[in-house]
Write a protein that binds this ligand. Structure first.
Ligand code: ADP
Length: 554
């Protein structure tokens, strides 16, 4: 568009200049013609040669047939040879309109000339066309030069404008890009103005905003998920770490701080025990999966160590779990099963032996054998009952508190223990000291019953006194009951007092005649008291008696 306008401008300018030049040439030729006309009209034709030959001005006289009658720049001979001028543009027009002005190429002079022609009459009344001419090529050249100068000027102008405009566009574009960038980075939006030409930018900006909106949503979603993951990672009780191939932790949780330093990146510095460093070192080299139980001597703990190679990312996942309690539980279970088998084996072997002997035994012995078999069956029964109690107690944490009448407790205990009481001629006394003279306890009846039954039974069994006696005292104090079971039995040596609560532990069997014991009674008692929120102590003197004191919560 601008180029077209510039073209028009140059064209108009050139036309004006050309018109000016033409007008000036015409004017000069016209003035010359007036002079020549004056001179020519006042003189006969024969005098023309003399009058005009030395003049710088060229003029030609042509008659109405087109014959050149006179040419101021030609000799008479040359004039005669000159071709007919009737077809010349200016001559034709002058004949028709009495005056004409033309600029055209002259074959005679091989250049562009300006011609001015008028009709004149000489002194004798003959009509001629008087034509004056002057060279016009210089003017043409000047016009062209002017033309060229204008073109060059506009070219430079265009270039300069283009240069500044481009820079302006660049800067403007850069400012907009900067704002977009700021928006993308911080979500902060500044207004951006667009010109019509930049509609594409507007659309692009719209797409960008939409995209950024989605992006921000995704980022916050990802951030949330990252937090959840991190929370999960840090809440598990095993150590999890992602190790790169250089042996640096990229991510790790803070569990097992006593094994892995949470602030160190390199595994060699983070892992505190050689027992764990060695398998990691091997894993890094062999890129294989590892899973093994590792015992750390100085900690006296077992750990389950796993290492997995992630081929795609060339990284390793390491987990370390403290499995000491599981291992110990397994050990305890193993010992328990061994003990159970051992405990069951003895009465079973006895029963089997006496049954075989019974077949051929004389009548007098039979009763004795049957009694032994009965004792062993009772022992088996005791063992099985204790096992059942143990598994029942260990599998339930429930404490079922209710009001239990004191009389009911006394009655049931005396009833169930009546066999042993009668056998030993023992005396069992109960002393209840309850708040406001209440006649009930707020306890888990099943548990308190089992505790007291075991303790009273032991007080009767492990008793060689001629008058065996067991006293049960219950004192109510605030939120608890302080209970003691006291006997006048054989007592427990001080060095045995801790051990008697272990499962299957029995003090030298020779001390008593009790063959039915399982060594489980006190371990059951201790567990039950703990489940009732209490604790237990022993006070015993060998040969004098024992007091088991404990408390339970209401
Ligand atoms: P058991 O089934 O053998 O009675 P317990 O766990 O009840 O198992 O008791 C463990 C050991 O503690 C018994 O073998 C016994 O030697 C000793 N003992 C328990 N109670 C008394 C007590 N009141 N007086 C003396 N010794 C006791």
């Amino acid at each position: 568009m601008i180029l077209i306008l510039e073209g028009i401008f140059i064209g108009i300018n050139s036309k004006i200049l050309s018109n000016l030049y033409q007008e000036r040439a015409k004017q000069i030729l016209k003035e010359d013609t007036i002079l020549v006309k004056l001179v020519a009209e006042g003189n006969p034709r024969t005098k023309y040669q003399e009058l005009f030959s030395n003049n710088a001005l060229r003029f030609t006289l042509v008659d109405l047939t087109g014959k050149v009658v006179f040419d101021s720049k030609k000799t008479e001979e040359e004039e005669k040879r000159m071709d007919n001028h009737l077809q010349r543009e200016e001559i034709q027009e002058a004949i028709e309109k009495k005056e004409s002005f033309t600029i055209r190429y002259s074959e005679t002079f091989d250049t562009v000339m300006a011609y001015y022609a008028v009709s004149i009459k000489n002194s004798v009344g003959e009509e001629y066309i008087l034509r004056t001419a002057s060279e016009y090529s210089k003017e043409l050249l000047q016009i062209r030069e002017f033309h060229l100068v204008q073109i060059v000027f506009f070219l430079i102008l265009n270039y300069v404008i283009h240069f500044f405009y481009k820079n302006y566009i660049k800067r403007d574009f850069y400012t907009k890009i900067k704002r977009m960038r700021k928006f993308l980075e911080s979500g902060e939006m500044e207004k951006i103005n667009y010109s019509k030409d930049e509609y594409w930018l507007f659309e692009f900006w719209d797409i960008l905003k939409e995209w950024q909106g989605k992006n921000l949503k995704n980022i916050s979603k990802l951030e949330k998920e990252r937090r959840i993951l991190s929370e999960v990672l840090h809440s598990v009780d095993l150590f999890i770490g992602l190790l790169d191939s250089e042996g640096k932790f990229i991510v790790k949780n803070t569990s097992l701080k006593y094994v892995v330093d949470p602030y160190e990146e390199k595994y060699l510095e983070a892992i505190k025990y050689l027992e764990l460093i060695t398998p990691i070192k091997n894993g890094l080299v062999n890129k294989k999966e590892y899973r093994e139980d590792i015992y750390i001597q100085s900690l006296k703990k077992y750990f389950l160590f796993t290492m997995k190679y992630l081929e795609f990312s060339n990284r390793f996942i390491i987990t370390i779990k403290d499995i000491t309690s599981t291992r110990e539980a397994v050990e305890v279970q193993k010992t328990f099963i061994n003990n159970v088998s051992h405990e069951l084996k003895t009465p079973l072997t006895n029963i089997k032996g006496y049954l075989i002997a019974l077949e051929d035994a004389p009548e007098v012995m039979r009763k004795k054998f049957l009694n032994t078999i009965k004792t062993n069956v009772e022992r088996l029964e005791n063992i099985v009952l204790d096992f059942l109690n143990i598994s029942k107690i260990e599998n339930s944490n429930l404490v079922n508190i209710s009001q239990v009448a004191v009389e009911k407790i006394k009655k049931e205990l005396l009833e169930i223990l009546s066999g042993k009481i009668n056998e030993k001629g023992a005396k069992v006394d109960f002393l209840f000291n309850l708040t406001d003279g209440r006649d009930y306890l707020k306890v888990d009846s099943e548990k308190i019953f089992m505790i007291l039954k075991n303790l009273i039974e032991n007080g009767i069994i492990y008793n060689k006194n001629s008058e065996p006696e067991v006293i049960v005292k219950v004192d109510e104090k605030g939120d608890r009951y302080n209970i003691s079971v006291e006997d006048n039995g054989i007592g427990i040596p001080i060095y045995e007092q801790d051990k008697i609560f272990e499962r299957f532990y029995r003090i030298d069997k020779a001390r008593t005649s009790n063959l039915g014991g399982t060594g489980l009674g006190l371990s059951i008692v201790k567990t039950l008291i703990e489940k009732c929120g209490g604790g237990l102590v022993i006070d015993s003197i060998e040969g004098k008696g024992t007091i088991f004191s404990f408390y339970i919560l209401k």
